[in-house]
Write a protein that binds this ligand. Structure first.
Ligand code: ACO
Length: 335
């Protein structure tokens, strides 16, 4: 019997900062509106020609995580890559990372669970390690949102929220069963699939069809979000899945040392903080600087919290996410 523990963390954010005021110059929005509704001040966007892609940003974060884990890249038994914005329609970005890291061969798998992608990837890695099959697994969450957002006023309800960036973790075998990932809890509810989605290009909505449509109303190739429905479901599901994880481990909310919620909206994090009676120093938020980086958001926030010295050995760290699918999940970790 083994557990898995997070042995290394890394993050990469593109340098190009886009402020709310920058957005208000290209669409009908305002910094006041964005801050009041989401808490976001600025986000990072890849700049054309800066060499960043979803996979290359993932590699930059991964190299830091691998070094901090104190392992060699060739010790990695599996790569799990979570994203909704892969470099290619196929193959997935995991194999691109394997090649860019110069690992001759190793299994690589993409996880397509949007904002919950990193939790799904952690849960998958944990099971491979618990079963004894693998010792070191590289888990990456990375997004290039800016490559596919509608930056006109028509898309403002979505495009002001999202940012680019990447985070990575190495999960390694842990023999002390009281340490590491204690449990993960995963859910989905596909009846809401289209409420937060990008429909085309796809096998149902292929590129020539979109281009031939010549229909100004056809925006199926941009992300579409029923913001209020997502918000209402998010606050319920976040609370449920955090409680599910705590109960599973005979813990109460007062035992949480650090909650890292997926950075969807500062108002959602504040709601959860209040609901569980947590002080501000027990909930980590950096959406103010980076926006919603979807699969990247939890590993970026976790890395930053760890780098800031906010996570100590023995701490109970709770990761939780909700997003498109709808999908949601939590992981309970003893650091
Ligand atoms: N600037 C100014 N006005 C805007 C903007 C903008 N950027 N966006 C929308 N508006 C307008 C709308 O047009 C609307 O105007 P109207 O009343 O004249 O029609 C008004 O503001 C209110 O719009 P709502 O969409 O109702 O605004 P809401 O208060 O719901 O806030 C938001 C929108 C921030 C998107 C919120 O609904 C939210 O955060 N939802 C959850 C997001 C989330 O958690 N996503 C999950 C993860 S993402 C993933 O999985 C990929």
């Amino acid at each position: 019997m083994f557990n898995s523990k997070i042995s290394g963390l890394g993050k990469y954010l593109p340098e190009n900062t886009v402020t709310n005021d920058d957005l208000s110059k290209i669409m009908d929005t305002s910094s006041e509106w964005i801050i009041e509704r989401t808490g976001i001040n600025e986000r990072r966007h890849i700049k054309k020609g800066d060499g960043n892609t979803t996979a290359t940003m993932g590699v930059k974060a991964a190299k830091i995580a691998i070094e901090r884990a104190g392992i060699d890249k060739n010790d990695i038994d599996l790569i799990l890559f979570a994203t909704l914005s892969p470099d290619y329609y196929f193959p997935g970005s995991g194999v691109l990372v394997q090649e860019l890291l110069d690992i001759p061969t190793c299994p690589a798998m993409d996880i397509r669970n949007q904002c919950s992608g990193f939790i799904y990837a952690i849960a998958t890695a944990d099971q491979f390690i618990k079963s004894g099959m693998y010792k070191n697994i590289l888990v990456i969450g990375s997004e290039n949102h800016s490559g596919g957002l509608d930056m006109s006023t028509r898309g403002r309800g979505v495009s002001v929220i999202f940012g680019d960036g990447s985070g990575a973790a190495v999960l390694s075998r842990e023999e002390d069963l009281s340490q590491g990932i204690l449990s993960s809890h995963l859910h989905s509810e596909g009846k809401y699939a289209e409420e937060l989605s990008l429909i085309g290009p796809s096998t149902n909505r292929w590129v020539p069809e979109i281009l031939d449509a010549n229909d100004p109303e056809d925006i199926s190739y941009y992300p579409n979000m029923n913001g209020q429905l997502v918000f209402k479901n998010a606050v319920v599901r976040f609370s449920e899945v955090i409680m599910e994880g705590l109960t599973h481990n005979n813990l109460g909310p007062e035992k949480i040392d650090m909650l890292i919620p997926h950075q969807a909206n500062l108002r959602i994090s504040q709601f959860i903080q209040k609901k569980f009676g947590l002080s501000e120093d027990k909930v980590f938020n950096n959406i103010q600087k980076y926006g919603n980086t979807t699969a990247g958001s939890i590993p970026i926030a976790l890395t930053e919290a760890w780098e800031d010295g906010k996570i100590k050995q023995g701490d109970i760290v709770v990761l939780a996410a909700f997003g498109s699918g709808f999908t949601w999940g939590s992981s309970i970790i003893r650091w």
